[in-house]
Write a protein that binds this ligand. Structure first.
Ligand code: F6R
Length: 241
């Protein structure tokens, strides 16, 4: 595991963006695993900026997102589909149909999970970008006595709903359930970029990277992966030895 700390957010953003864009530049059929939330916003900006400056096409790129709320339409303001479109997709020359998120409105959620896993099996992820929740969740794989390997529907913990309430007008509007890629699918990515920012993430970053490997802290499972790059700002990394 490589851990890098940055004094300035823009440096972190540019570093992460360059890792992603290098894969896009070098691979014939790059497959990117993407995340939402506040952590990747600056990274996506930097991806777009570098792509535009270096005339890098994303026409041959396929993307898979980690998760989506159950019950939100793709164009709902708070859906992850809308987030991805606003922050990244509409700014790049991605091919139509090459960007994938679980369908929040799927009539048969179980079938939707199978469909997503079948696509992922066909197109293994070259890289997975991850943020981390305050409780150690990755994707929406919440701390528990056991975790799922594959895509599944999860009931969000109250602390996660509270953390995400800042994006909604009212806390009760945060959906109770979400689709998420499983930990097995995340760990199958050839490279994982884990990003954390801010002092409120310092304790969980320490637990995840230097604590015991346990399903009670899903991000700690990243310690078992051979190719993880962790990008931290100074505050998020302050408790690491
Ligand atoms: C988002 C996701 C979540 C977030 C995590 C951190 O697609 O899968 O695991 O990465 O909740 O969220 P932020 O970045 O908002 O602190």
């Amino acid at each position: 595991m490589i851990i890098k700390r940055f004094d300035r957010q823009e440096e972190l953003d540019r570093y992460a963006a360059h890792l992603i864009n290098t894969i896009v530049r070098e691979k014939q059929h790059p497959v990117l695993g993407l995340a939402t939330g506040s952590t990747p916003v600056g990274i996506y900006k930097a991806v777009i900026e570098e792509a535009s400056r270096t005339k890098l096409s994303f026409g041959h790129v396929t993307t898979y997102n980690l998760d989506e709320y159950v019950g939100l339409a793709p164009d709902h303001e708070q859906s992850y589909s809308r987030y991805m479109n606003d922050h990244l997709f509409k700014h790049l020359d991605l091919g139509k149909g090459n960007t994938h998120l679980p369908d929040g409105l799927a009539a048969d959620p179980e079938a939707e999970c199978r469909r997503y896993d079948e696509m992922l099996a066909q197109q293994p992820l070259d890289v997975q970008l991850l943020g981390v929740g305050h409780n150690g969740h990755i994707g929406f794989n919440e701390p528990d006595a056991q975790l799922h390997g594959r895509t599944h529907v999860v009931k969000l913990k109250e602390e996660t709903r509270k953390a995400n309430a800042r994006f909604f007008d009212q806390a009760e509007q945060v959906p109770e359930f979400a689709f998420t890629m499983g930990v097995g699918s995340i760990l199958k990515a050839k490279m994982i970029i884990l990003v954390a920012r801010g002092g409120d993430k310092a304790a969980i970053v320490k637990k995840a990277l230097q604590g015991p490997i346990t399903t009670e802290c899903p991000a700690s499972l990243l310690q078992t992966h051979a190719n993880v790059i962790v990008l931290l700002d100074a505050d998020a990394g302050r408790d690491l030895i």
